[in-house]
Design a protein around this ligand. Structure first.
Ligand SMILES: Cc1cc2nc3c(=O)[nH]c(=O)nc-3n(C[C@H](O)[C@H](O)[C@H](O)COP(=O)(O)O)c2cc1C
Ligand SMILES: CCCCC(=O)C(=O)O
Length: 375
């Protein structure tokens, strides 16, 4: 067991650039904030399994294909990204670094990738998009939305995202209630410190002037709410947190432009499967009709290529971006993105792939299994 595993239970990156940034982030952050970023729900089984499941998979390279230098670019709803490594939405970046989401946005834009900015950001979405667009005029920022039980609140948030220039909405569907996180309970961490707030939640219907509204999570939300949202926006909508193939089909029926296979980084249902293990059934159900993305446990280029080979169009990365941000601000996020994209290009080349779509499901096999050629 590594040192990191001994303290967290998770087989996390302990070497290389990501390991270095993780160590630096941990040393810099207040322990309660580190635990908030790093932790998961319950016994942290889903959190650990997201990472471990990639370790149980191997890649079968194809040889002598004359593929040339791999192209890492991907085409997505409301974005063309130069890398399949996107930034998954994570809350409260100013807890990690004083520049917060602005630093993350600049690094994402410079890398030519999509920032999925959290509704629970500590910077208003207009300022997040502005920071990205200062670096690159066509930078793509997607807005992650928790559907609110009050339709007027959801609507006001969507208008803000649209006016800010976001090019897609990501509706997080895996949070009918808030996950139970033992580390946060133990630390008594349940709110932002004074001076920081969820800036998107200010000035909404039902809130006192300039006071932020709490983000509501509601088990009463249904596909009807998603339909209501679709009728009120032209933006493409991706549904995040899908693990059951029937929900994938349902989302397509409701006009979703994309899906994100996710268990919220193991922070919601602890009994959820590792996302890479849920992915094949989802891509099978979707059958290429809309792009399927995955997040959870991506820590290397091999993880990225494994997800792509199993049919993902792109992946999201959560905690490693927070490590980079906490360790070195914008430069740290840039290092995380460059490292994962560089590794991805290298693994694509070693697998004989010319681009992110030039991979097949039969190239992913279980380690230790007899007769590795899948199908
Ligand atoms: C600190 C933290 C905050 C998060 N906040 C949000 C959020 O506001 N909205 C959301 O949809 N997902 C949120 N997530 C989940 C991520 O979008 C993503 O599903 C997950 O982090 C991916 O796993 P990884 O951290 O192993 O890469 C959060 C995750 C973390 C670690
Ligand atoms: C209301 C904040 C939600 C943040 C979140 O989604 C998470 O911590 O996983």
């Amino acid at each position: 067991m590594t040192d990191a595993e001994a303290t967290s239970g998770v087989p996390e990156a302990t070497s290389g650039v990501l390991g270095e940034l993780r160590g630096k982030a941990r040393a810099r952050l207040e322990p309660a904030h580190w635990d908030f970023f790093e932790g998961g729900a319950g016994r942290e089984t889903a959190l650990a399994e997201n990472v471990r499941a990639f370790g149980r998979l191997a890649l079968l390279p194809r040889v002598l294909r004359g593929a040339g230098e791999p192209d890492t670019a991907v085409e997505l709803p409301g974005a063309r990204a130069s890398t399949p490594v996107l930034i998954a939405p994570t809350a409260f970046h100013r807890l990690a670094h004083h520049e917060g989401e602005r630093a993350t946005a600049r690094a994402a834009a410079a890398a030519g990738t999509v920032l999925i900015t959290s509704m629970a950001s500590t910077t208003a979405v207009a300022d997040v998009v502005a920071a990205a667009r200062e670096v690159r005029a066509d930078a793509a920022v997607w807005f992650q939305l928790y559907l609110q039980p009050r339709a007027d609140v959801t609507e006001a948030l969507v208008r803000r995202a649209e006016e800010a220039g976001c090019t897609a909405l990501v509706v997080t569907a895996d949070s009918p209630v808030f996950g139970r996180r033992a580390r946060d309970d133990r630390n008594g961490f349940h709110d932002l410190p004074p001076g920081m707030a969820a800036e998107n939640m200010r000035g909404l219907p039902g809130a006192p002037p300039d006071a932020p509204l709490d983000i509501a999570m509601s088990p009463a939300l249904s596909w009807d709410h998603l339909r209501g949202l679709r009728e009120r926006t032209e933006l493409p909508i991706l549904v995040k947190g899908v693990l059951h193939p029937d929900d994938a089909r349902h989302a397509i029926g409701e006009g979703a432009a994309g899906l994100i296979v996710s268990n919220h980084g193991g922070r919601q249902l602890d009994a959820a499967p590792a996302t890479v293990e849920a992915l094949p059934r989802i891509t099978e159900a979707v059958a290429g009709r809309i792009p399927v993305l995955l997040d959870g446990g991506i820590r290397s280029g091999a993880d990225v290529v494994t997800a792509l080979a199993l049919g993902a169009a792109a992946v999201g990365v959560g905690r490693p971006v927070l490590w980079g941000l906490a360790a070195e601000g914008e430069a740290g996020v840039a290092r995380v993105l460059a490292e994962l994209t560089g590794q991805t290009a290298h693994v694509l080349a070693l697998c004989g792939a010319r681009d992110c779509a030039d991979l097949n499901r039969d190239q992913v096999v279980l380690r230790g299994a007899r007769g590795v050629a899948g199908g």
